[in-house]
Design a protein around this ligand. Sequence first.
Ligand SMILES: Cc1ncc(COP(=O)(O)O)c(C=O)c1O
Length: 308
Amino acid sequence: MSSIPSLVPRDRFAALDRCTYLNQASLGLIPVPTIDAMDTFLRETAQFGNLYLSDDQEAAILDSVRSAGAEVLGTSSGAVGVVGGASEGLGQVTSVLDPEHGTIVLVGSDFPSVTYPWLAAAERRGISLRFIDDRADRDLTQDLVEAIDPTTDVVAFSVVQYATGTRVDARRVAERAHEAGARVVVDATQLAGAGVIDTTGWGADALVTSGYKWLSAHGGVALLALAPDLVHRLPCLVGWKGTHHPFVFDPLTLRLADDARRFELSTMSYATSIGLESGSSASTSTRGVWRRTSSIGSPSWDGARSGR
Ligand SMILES: Cc1ncc(COP(=O)(O)O)c(C=O)c1O
């Protein structure tokens, strides 16, 4: 069997000394430059508390993460919030959209964090959920498009399905959804870092990605991108870090940031976020992964389900 040349230098990943790792889509390997970036922050800054980190510097610490994230997600940095996980971002989006009735179109075998917020919303509100099957003999994009009708309020799906690798054409779904007056929520966790994301061009109303898979960051950080008309909405969860001036502590007035920063809550792991920035910058060089694996053909996915 001929070997496939590495897309990235193998010596950046300690685990590749002893194995071929096929689980980046689950718990991704973190490359040495990302470990170094996190380590440098911990050793040279975090270890000294506020000695080397003023309030102003802390307030601005995620600025470059948002910029790098915006590049990966194909949107502007003001549209991007840095959150603690894709699940947190998906929950925030669900409560911001908060439809009172109508139908939510979902994929029946999607990652649970995409469907759970809507299952919970359906317990609170009079919405109904319609689950589309991701079947090997069908075109999931077409089935999502055909499922959208005037009762549809939201279509929420992963652009690459974690269980099968099925790729959804987000732009086509968004076009049809917007015609019908519906919103589109995209989870790009299984694409970010491996393929090109175009939040604005696709017309996604909201898009999230976790950081610890193809973006090769450590767990505990994710990106949330919102369309311009959602960026100013009132989040369901608010915290001190989402305010206009986080260090002007005013418990009597809620003055949120006027961009997607308002969805950021609190003192998150800055080291992990800095790791995501490093992974995001490197991801442009690994985007061929998607092209490479998709050109291998259509395998049978029976029994190929990953742990997550
Ligand atoms: C498509 C998708 N979304 C979300 C997640 C979970 O992300 P997080 O742990 O950041 O909530 C996963 C994890 O496997 C996933 O595959």
